[in-house]
Design a protein around this ligand. Structure first.
Ligand SMILES: Cc1ncc(COP(=O)(O)O)c(C=O)c1O
Length: 427
C-alpha cells in the first residue's frame, strides 16, 4: 500500500499579486511572476482552466553554471531547445557566451539580446539568404556542413571569405540496438566516414579554422557514447591528413526523468569526453559542445488539467500539439508526474501507470507514458509534469484552437522580478 505524499512544494517563490479566475481565461497569454511558495494549494486556489507552463530560471542558471564548471571546453547553448528570454538570460548570467543557432530567426534574437555573443550556425543545410545575412549583418563566422553542395553555397554567399570557421558534421555509426537515446541524430544529417574525410580536405583551403562535430542523439544516457564518438572523430581527422582545430561534441546530455535506472551525474559525461579527448591525442583542439536539454529541461514544468478519464487513459487540456510534443510519437518521454487533487482527499491506494490523450481531435495526440500517478485521479484534478523546460513550450501550436497558456515564472524567495520578465509572451 502506498500513501500519497501530502503536499508538493517547490523551493521557489515569486510575485506580488494573486491570480483570479478571470486572469486564467482563454484570452490571456501573458507571463506572470508569482512571489510566494508554489504549493498544491496555490494551484487549487488558481483553478487554472488553461495549461500553465512554469519557468524556473534559477534552476537553469544553476544547471548551466554546473555544466560550465565541469566541461573542459566552451559550452554553447542550443537555442532551439528553448529560446525564451527568461532562460536565455539565465544561461548568459551563468557565463555562457557561445550560442548554437540554426536559423536566421535565432541569429537575430541572439544578436539583439547579447551583442557580445559568439554564434555558430549549426544547421547543416542553410538558406542562402540566411548565410549572407548571418555573415554580413551578425558577424557569424562559424558554419556547419555535411556535404560539398553546402560548401559551395557558403563560399558563394560569403564571397569566399577568408575568415570562415567550417565544421564538418559527422554521422555517428550506431554501436548497439539499445534504446539509450530518445532520437538518433545521425539519420537526417551527417557525413559518413569517407564523405567526411573528403569534405575535410575540400574545406581546408577555404577556411581559417576547420572543425568536426557530431551529435550522439538527444536524451543520451550513456557517457560512453561520447567517448566512442570522440574516438571515431579522431579516426576521421587522422585519415583526412589535414589540420583540424575544433572538436564539437554536440548535445544529447539528458534530462532526469526519474526512471528506475538513475542517471549518471553530469561529471560522468564531461569526464568521459575529457578522457577520450586525451586518449585520442586531441588535447590541442578547441573543444566545444552544443547543449540544449541538459541545461534547461529541469527549469520547466507544466500544470495540466484532467478533462476526462477512461480507466488508465486521462484526457488532458494539453498534449502533443501543445507543450507535450516529446511525450508523444516515437520519442515518448515519460515525464515525472505529480497529482494535484481538486480538493484534498484522503488517499490510501496504489500508484499506477496512466496514458494521456491531448485535447485536439487528432488520434495522434496521445502519449503512452507510462505516467505514474495515484489511482484515484479524477476529472477536474491537475497534474504537474516536470523536466519540461526543453522542446516543450517552443513546440506549442494553436492547432484546434488550444494554443493559449498562462506562463508563470517562479523565482527563489526574495528575488525581484526583472524588467525583462514583464514582457508579454503570446502563445
Ligand atoms: C545540431 C544540434 N545541436 C545541438 C542540439 C541540442 O541537443 P540536446 O537538446 O540533445 O542537447 C540539437 C537538437 O536538436 C541539434 O540539432
Amino acid at each position: 500500500m502506498f500513501t500519497d505524499p501530502s503536499e508538493h512544494r517547490t523551493d521557489h517563490a515569486v510575485c506580488a499579486f494573486t491570480l483570479s479566475d478571470n486572469q486564467i481565461s482563454p484570452d490571456v497569454s501573458e507571463t506572470l511572476d508569482i512571489s510566494h511558495d508554489m504549493t498544491d494549494q496555490d494551484i487549487r486556489d488558481l483553478r487554472p482552466a488553461l495549461p500553465v507552463p512554469l519557468l524556473m530560471p534559477d534552476v537553469v542558471q544553476q544547471k548551466t553554471a554546473d555544466f560550465v564548471r565541469h566541461f573542459t571546453g566552451h559550452v554553447m547553448y542550443a537555442v532551439k531547445c528553448n529560446p525564451d528570454h527568461v532562460f536565455l538570460d539565465a544561461i548568459y548570467q551563468a557565463g555562457v557566451r557561445h550560442f548554437d543557432v540554426a536559423s536566421i530567426g535565432e541569429i537575430r534574437r541572439i544578436s539583439a539580446r547579447f551583442p557580445d555573443a559568439v554564434q555558430y550556425f549549426m544547421h547543416p543545410i542553410k538558406a542562402p539568404e540566411a548565410i549572407r545575412e548571418a555573415y554580413i549583418n551578425h558577424g557569424v563566422r562559424a558554419y556547419v556542413l555535411d556535404y560539398d553542395g553546402e560548401l559551395e553555397k557558403i563560399r558563394h554567399e560569403t564571397n569566399d571569405a577568408p575568415d570562415l570557421e567550417l565544421i564538418v558534421r559527422l554521422a555517428i555509426p550506431k554501436k548497439t540496438e539499445q534504446r539509450d537515446v530518445a532520437t538518433d541524430f545521425s539519420s537526417k544529417f551527417g557525413a559518413q566516414f569517407d564523405q567526411a574525410v573528403n569534405l575535410l580536405k575540400a574545406c581546408r583551403p577555404h577556411c581559417a579554422i576547420l572543425g568536426v562535430s557530431f551529435h550522439v542523439g538527444t536524451q543520451c544516457q550513456d557517457p560512453d557514447r561520447y567517448a566512442q564518438a570522440v574516438a571515431y572523430a579522431a579516426r576521421v581527422i587522422e585519415e583526412s591528413g589535414v589540420v583540424v582545430e575544433t572538436l564539437d561534441v554536440g548535445g544529447g546530455f539528458p534530462a532526469d526523468l526519474e526512471s528506475a535506472t538513475p542517471l549518471p551525474p553530469v561529471q560522468a559525461f564531461t569526464q568521459s569526453i575529457a578522457d577520450a579527448v586525451s586518449a585520442n591525442g586531441l588535447n590541442h583542439m578547441h573543444l566545444l559542445c552544443e547543449v540544449g536539454r541538459g541545461l534547461v529541461a529541469g527549469g520547466g514544468a507544466l500544470i495540466v488539467r484532467v478533462e476526462g478519464r477512461k480507466e488508465d487513459l486521462l484526457y488532458l487540456n494539453d498534449g502533443t500539439y501543445g507543450g507535450l510534443f516529446e511525450a508523444g510519437g516515437a520519442i515518448g518521454l515519460p515525464y515525472p508526474a505529480h497529482l494535484i487533487r481538486r480538493e484534498e482527499r484522503a488517499f490510501q491506494g496504489q500508484i499506477r501507470a496512466f496514458r494521456f490523450a491531448g485535447p485536439t481531435c487528432d488520434s495522434v495526440d496521445m502519449m503512452q507514458g507510462p505516467f505514474m500517478l495515484p489511482e484515484d485521479v479524477q476529472v477536474g484534478d491537475w497534474i504537474r509534469l516536470d523536466q519540461l523546460g526543453a522542446y516543450g513550450e517552443v513546440s506549442r501550436t494553436d492547432f484546434n484552437g488550444f494554443g493559449a497558456v498562462q506562463k508563470i515564472i517562479l523565482r527563489p524567495q526574495n528575488a525581484a522580478p526583472t524588467e525583462a520578465d514583464k514582457t508579454v509572451i503570446h502563445a
